[in-house]
Structure formats: C-alpha cells, structure tokens
Design a protein around this ligand. Sequence first.
Ligand code: SIN
Length: 398
Amino acid sequence: MATVTSTETQNLPISVQADPQPTEEKAAEEKPTEEKAAEEKTAEEKAAEAKPKIRRAIDEEGDNAVPATYPHYLPVWDHGEKYPPLEPFEHIEKGKGADPTFKDLLTEGFKLQHLTPTTGSEVSGVQLSKLSDAGKDQLALLVAQRKVVAFRNQDLADLPPQEAVALGSHFGPLHIHPTGPTAEGHPELMIVHRTVNTSEYDLILGNRNSTVAWHSDVTYEKQPPATTFLYALDVPEVGGDTAFVNQVEAYNRLSPLFKERLHGLKAVHSGIEQVEFSKKREGIVKREGITSEHPLVRTHPATGEKALFVNKIFTRKIVGFKDEESEALLNFLYDHIGRGIDYQARVKWAPGTVVIWDNRVTSHSAIVDWTTGERRLLARITPQGEAPIETPYVAEPK
Ligand code: SIN
C-alpha cells in the first residue's frame, strides 16, 4: 500500500494517511460479536489489549513493495510514547568562535561546490561520522554561512542509529517531534516516509496546485531547532528533492524603511493545530501543542546576520496588529520568501547524502513530484537552538 506519513506539513492535505487503525467504536461496529468474545478472554489477553497501540510501517509493507534498504528505519507510531513539556536550557552555539578556515572540517581531499552564489553548497571527500569536536563546530559555522550544505557519500545510515544520534547531540538537545513517527527505539530520529504512485499523486494534487509547503521546523517551540540533519535511506532515482530558501537574503532584499518597520515586531507560532490534526486522524500525540511568540526578524548568534523568521505552516499572527493587517503583512512575507528563486537552492538526494541546514535562517519544502511508487525514506535529527533573539535595526549607508 502506498503511504504518505506525517511530517511538519501534516496539517496540509498532502498527508493522506495518518494512523489508520480503527477507533474502539469503529472496531465494535465492524465486528459486533467481538464484545462477546472479549468476555471469554484471559486476563493476560485483556492486559495485552489494554496496552497502547504501536503501529509499524514494516507490518504494512505489501507483497509488491521493494524492501527498504534500512528496514530498522521504517517509521513506528507508538501511541504510548508521552513526554512532558520541553524545559528551557542554555544553548551553546557551536558555530560561534569556530575556526573560519574550516581546517578540521574541510580536510585533505575535500571538494566544496556552491549550489548558488548565496545559498547552499555540496561537499564531498569529508566523512561527518569521523569529525573531531572542532570539525563539528566548524560544520555549524559553515552551515550557518551557506544556510544548507549537502554532504555526499556519507556512512551515517550504515552506522548504528545511536551514532547518528550522538553526532546530532553535539549541537544541542535533540528535539522529539510531538506527532511524527520515529525509528524504533530512537525517539530522536524523526522519520519521513513516502511512496507515491500515480493515483496517490492525483489525490495529493486534488485540491492543490503544488506540493510546495515552505516552512522551518517546529518554530512553535520556545527554542526552535538550529543545525538540523536529514539523511537519505531510500530515495527516488529522480524527484523528491528538497528546496531551501535563504531567509537572511530574503531580509536583505527588503528596503531599509521596510526592514526598520519589521524590527520590534513579534509573531505567534502555533503547534496546536498539528497536534489537533494528529488527534483527529487517530495519530500519535507525544506532547501537547504550544504557542510561542518570536521576533519577526531574528539574529543568528554565530554570523550576526538578520533573517526573516516567519513561515506559513506555523506562524499565525503578528502580535498587536489587527487581523487584516497581520494577514496582509504575513502574506507579503510568505510570497516574498516563496518566489525568491534567486535566493533559493534545491538539493537532489542520492544514497549516502546527508543534508544539514540552519533552521533559524532558512525555510524548506519537500517536493512531491515522483509517481513511480519508489520509496523516499529519510531520517531527521533536530538539535534545538536558542530562543530567537533580535538585535536592533542598523541603518544602512545611503
Ligand atoms: C522536513 O520537513 O523536515 C522534511 C523535508 C523533506 O522531506 O524533504
């Protein structure tokens, strides 16, 4: 069966299947004799039934499915997995003060190629799993400067998943997604899994013109993610790229007067709808939804660059503006960010690719454009960063 599983964009109709297990009521309707049989069940059987459900994608693989290359990464939805609200912590920015010559990162034999002048690079000849701490710090700086960097021919997927988790932990406490599936036994590894065939593709586009859904990950958190990793497990031969937009450059393109007006504004970001959507679909909810107020223009702690910090998936309203004013300004910003192909980059996946982006200064969108039924299975490691900070507007020379 083709599956489209939830990601950040799960409140959009492209997620056509959440957790399809029937509710108690539906199950009773479908099998009226079950109630009677239940009375005859042993205490052990009843106890097993009372346990929270765990849905595993591996159990739903049809006979025709091409086996996953890394089946231990297939998504798992554990209805019993629950967490308290996230606690505040002091973020230590690894990119700040890192050696800007990148001598411990870009070591002998490396090749670095920029995807566009301002945004995105590709690196080969470097093995992320072998980096020293100094190399990891320089990685945070390189990603902050280039916004997104694709590392080719990595061994991360072949290593035990806990080694991938350990790499991500260098950059901050790892975020556990409130509604997303994980790799079994690794709550910090959020799994993105889609197999799209023609009829599914038609369904996805039934009510939409495009699958593009620009967003930064989980910006409703008080301390949203910073240096974020996504690595390939299985990817379509052609299609399923990820697009990135540079929100520093989006800020830079605005006129001085407009920039000045944006400074000091805050916006509400909400994760409540994501949680409600999951509840409605009988999906999992590991932590209740929250809202946060963040500055509309945030400053990166390592580069000092200012970036627009809004996205259509999670930003709801500008604090203190009336609804129409807020809508007009946010829509202008979303359009400005979305149409800036001259400050965007598109990463093509390949086996062994690890893509790292700075979630504080970018938005991204999966591109759902393949219809071959090929599997697109990726794992995300999402270190949290600082509570977004704003520094004052600085007038530019005329
Ligand atoms: C994400 O939103 O983090 C996943 C992006 C992708 O599937 O390309």
